[in-house]
Ligand binder design. Structure first.
Ligand code: MN
Length: 204
């Protein structure tokens, strides 16, 4: 596996193959307030690209934006709702198409309420991952080895999780519902960004 760290964009001509696992690290949980610090990408060949955004940069990342909106390459997230909103807020692009392992898990693993990435890796893949650096300072001038390792870890297992969850969605006849929900993530993220974060707009 190769892990490369880039500043502000992926290089022109960098070839990331097939569907792409994506995660982001930000300064916090409010996209309008908390800037995007890192976008992690992993392709089907195992290549990992970490894209760093330092403070006060322009977020002009044409190659990354093209990849994130390329209809030929599905972007696999865990809890896409947050990352898609943060990416739109800072990079001004809507990610498309999307597979969200958290939504898929909620649709098929109805025997549990544990749908964290750690839980899925443990149960479906037998892999124990650490969530220790989750709340670290992603805006720091230099990211630590531990941070880079953690950031990489968050995209490492998403392809394998999608495979397991797709099989379960098929088995339980919930694939169509899942894909309709993935299509709806954009409007859900839009609601988050425009002030309907906590409200269930479908509620009576
Ligand atoms: Mn992460």
């Amino acid at each position: 596996m190769s892990v490369m760290v880039y500043e502000e964009d992926i290089p022109e001509g960098l070839e990331l193959v097939g569907d792409i696992a994506v995660d982001t690290e930000t300064m916090g949980l409010v996209p309008q307030r908390d800037r995007l610090c890192l976008v992690q990408l992993k392709d089907e060949s195992g290549q990992v690209a970490l894209v760093r955004f330092a403070a006060n940069v322009s977020f002009n990342a044409p190659n990354l934006k093209r990849l994130l909106s390329n209809p030929q390459q599905t972007k696999i997230f865990h809890f896409a709702r947050f990352d898609v909103a943060a990416i739109h807020q800072w990079l001004n692009v809507w990610v498309h198409p999307i597979f969200c392992t958290k939504i898929a898990s909620k649709l098929v693993r109805t025997y549990t309420n544990r749908h964290g990435l750690k839980d899925l890796c443990s149960e479906l893949l037998g892999v124990e991952i650490s969530k220790q650096e989750q709340t670290s300072d992603w805006g720091a001038h230099a990211l630590s080895e531990a941070q880079l390792k953690y950031a990489t870890n968050d995209v490492l297992y998403l392809h394998q999780l999608r495979e397991k969850l797709e099989a379960m969605l098929k088995r339980e006849n919930r694939k169509q519902m899942a894909y309709k929900l993935f299509e709806a993530i954009q409007v859900r993220a839009q609601l988050d960004l425009t002030g309907w974060g906590d409200e269930d707009i479908f509620a009576h």
